[in-house]
Write a protein that binds this ligand. Sequence first.
Ligand SMILES: Nc1nc2c(c(=O)[nH]1)N[C@H]1C(S)=C(S)[C@@H](COP(=O)(O)OP(=O)(O)OC[C@H]3O[C@@H](n4cnc5c(=O)[nH]c(N)nc54)[C@H](O)[C@@H]3O)O[C@H]1N2
Ligand SMILES: Nc1nc2c(c(=O)[nH]1)N[C@H]1C(S)=C(S)[C@@H](COP(=O)(O)OP(=O)(O)OC[C@H]3O[C@@H](n4cnc5c(=O)[nH]c(N)nc54)[C@H](O)[C@@H]3O)O[C@H]1N2
Ligand SMILES: [Mo]
Length: 788
Amino acid sequence: MSKSHHIDESELEVHYPKNAAAGITGVRVALTRSLANMGVTRSARTLLKLNQTDGFDCMSCAWPDPDPENRHTAEFCENGAKAVADEGTRSRATPEFFARHSVRELEAQDDYWLNEQGRITHPMVKRPGATHYQAIPWDEAFGLIAGHLKSIDPDEAVFYTSGRASNEAAFLYQLFIRAYGTNNMPDCSNMCHESSGTALTESIGIGKGSVSLRDIYDAELIVIAGQNPGTNHPRMLSALEIAKRRGAKIVSVNPLREAGLVNFRNPQVPRGVVGRGTDIADVHLPIRLNGDLALFQGIGSLLVEWDALDHDFVAEHTDGFEEWAEHVRAVDWPVIESTTGLTRQQITEVAEMIRDSNATIYCWAMGLTQHRNSVATIKEIVNVALARGDIGKRGAGLCPVRGHSNVQGDRTMGIWERAPEHFLDSLQAEFGFDPPREHGLDTVDAIRAFRDDKASFFMGLGGNFVAAAPDTEVTAKALKKAAMTVQVATKINRSMLECGETALILPTMGRTEKNMSGSGEQFITVEDSMSAVHASRGVLEPASPYLRSEVAIIAGIAEATIGKRHGIDWAAMAEDYDIIRDHISRVVAGCEDYSRKADRPGGFVLPHPPRDSRTFETKTGKAHFVASPLEVLQVPDGHLVLQTLRSHDQFNTVIYGLSDRYRGIEDGRRVVFVHPDDIVTQGFHDGDLVDIVAHWEDDDVKRVAEGFRIVAYDTPRGSSAAYYPETNPLVPLDSTATGSNQPSSKSVIVRLVPAGTGQEAGAEQGASQDSVGSDEGHKSDRQPRHLS
Ligand SMILES: Nc1nc2c(c(=O)[nH]1)N[C@H]1C(S)=C(S)[C@@H](COP(=O)(O)OP(=O)(O)OC[C@H]3O[C@@H](n4cnc5c(=O)[nH]c(N)nc54)[C@H](O)[C@@H]3O)O[C@H]1N2
Ligand SMILES: Nc1nc2c(c(=O)[nH]1)N[C@H]1C(S)=C(S)[C@@H](COP(=O)(O)OP(=O)(O)OC[C@H]3O[C@@H](n4cnc5c(=O)[nH]c(N)nc54)[C@H](O)[C@@H]3O)O[C@H]1N2
Ligand SMILES: [Mo]
């Protein structure tokens, strides 16, 4: 994938990282972005309806909203406002734009530039051999898709979903896909919280978190591991602030000292804008990348040693305790210390806090799910929670913090390549056809299928598959082999350019937009990270009169492809979303009387047996303690572990801007954060330009990401960091979590080589470290960064 770097990285500035998040700067940035993209009227109209009961659900993350009576007039954060401004922008990518720029030309632009071109206004097609996209009428587009789908075996088709799709769109989509005849439904969850879902389902019988916002307020202790809420879930900080003022202690487990976790200035209360803010974390554990399994085994071992256990809970609700206790009693402390990079003293201090707390909540996100041992790590957290009886108790529980605003809802609606039998049974009872039962392809397996010529059709309901998936070069090459790729989207992205022989772009409305389809204004529904379901209504006029809703697009494709087969009336559902919701209420457990319950202020909460009644729907009817061997990531000499993470100014593959303010990076993104001593041992200086080469012995693919500036940073020895998606070419397709097949994009083994030598070094994979690096790297023109 050739790429001319439109972003001028020579403008990049490195400052000291910030200690506090949000405050007045956050408010200013939010308003500046909104005004620049949307102007005064659109900004006011959208922002005041954001996360209000009569407005729309923020698409920036899945953090829940407070009860209707406790919401602020401005119930949003800086990054939510950026997401709204990004969708509400007045820029347009019209057919004239596509006529001016060939696909080749667009491919050479970076993701920031592509997104800046604005909202796509017309359905577009790139025909076989064509150099440009050109406009196509909707019905002709549906006809093209149907023609291809009818000519292949359904299992050669792959239907991806990104977690922004509404429950109505998701339900209709999976219905169409299964009625067509396949379970090939990879989704962004496969790259996100798949490890959490897998571990939780096996341990407690349900793949969702067990806490509510109330529990956060009532907790005595909150452990936040592998998550950067200041950037990715900023409204979580408001909840943590309330918890703190009510006496909770907070522990952060993270290789980086993320700004929001250190200090938070709540922009929604005057104290936060002008005052000194709230210190969020009482204790920070600067853990080495991938050290969490060892950490929680160490904590478990201490709790067992101290007999600090909830014996009644363990006896009544769990099994496997003895085996687990024996396993953790035998932990090897020197291994725990070297794997975590923490001392036994530091771990003991946190174990004592857990021992002394009557209600502990464990929160986590991508820092825990994107490793090869992620499923085991999350089960280890569950073990500790079970040992303390911290499930189904006020102020306590497990809290995987979801990413995309409706990723959890999409799964509830059946977007799952391995949907449970009972779901398929209900679908069969409701619609009278026999849905395929064989498991479909997940994200990684879908890429393999295209690579190996076993799939020929790709459709993405939102998202940016090529850029979000691991191993960019391999993935792009695989998708380019497809006969047809279809992207239902709002803005231009790489997946429309690294495309199949025939490629379609189907432009759709977003959350901010009023949906006047069919029989009148339609609302949609979504589910947040804490299983609360509620309605969402847009406020803006759609970006173009030619846009269709996601529901209308899916219905159009379904009608053209399978028509009235199975007697499903697609058009009626697109006319009136209440008809979809009626089906949902009969197919999806816990959704009875769905339209009414979802549309009342605040919506309703889906059942969660462990949370509600300490009921565990596992084979034995009990929650399981699971003993996992302590797997330690083996890092060859001279190599570093690299985590690929988000800056403060992006939403996944969508680059909003070039400011990672809290980490002190401005006007550029190609940086790699490295411990000062590692910079020296790698043979470089702070500020040097390097290529990053990934080490993976299991195949002969060359993996290189070129042109990164080294930034000395406060991170443990051996643990480095750089932004996604620029580093996705380094993540090997086959390096996935055991049990969940989730790409391990937080533990990529790499080495740094002088800029310009990466291609060569990548070619001789596994070459000895002596041959690379240099002692004469040019002098940095900047002062070294401080280390706290
Ligand atoms: N503004 C904004 N909001 C977003 C998104 C966005 O891109 N922009 N994305 C959304 C999505 S889809 C998601 S999934 C979430 C992601 O939310 P996060 O999970 O917070 O996202 P990341 O930037 O990947 O950050 C991972 C964090 O884990 C830490 N970490 C990395 N490896 C380890 C490890 O081995 N152990 C521990 N203990 N910590 C580790 C990193 O230092 C970092 O703080 O955010 C959602 N919200
Ligand atoms: N290396 C590395 N890779 C990762 C991660 C990581 O931390 N490191 N994180 C992973 C995670 S957690 C996730 S969730 C995935 C994200 O993967 P995706 O969900 O596939 O990616 P996004 O960047 O969120 O998708 C952005 C695109 O969605 C489209 N879009 C926006 N709004 C709408 C809408 O309302 N409707 C429709 N139809 N389209 C819309 C726009 O065209 C936009 O370009 O990436 C994963 N990849
Ligand atoms: Mo995610």
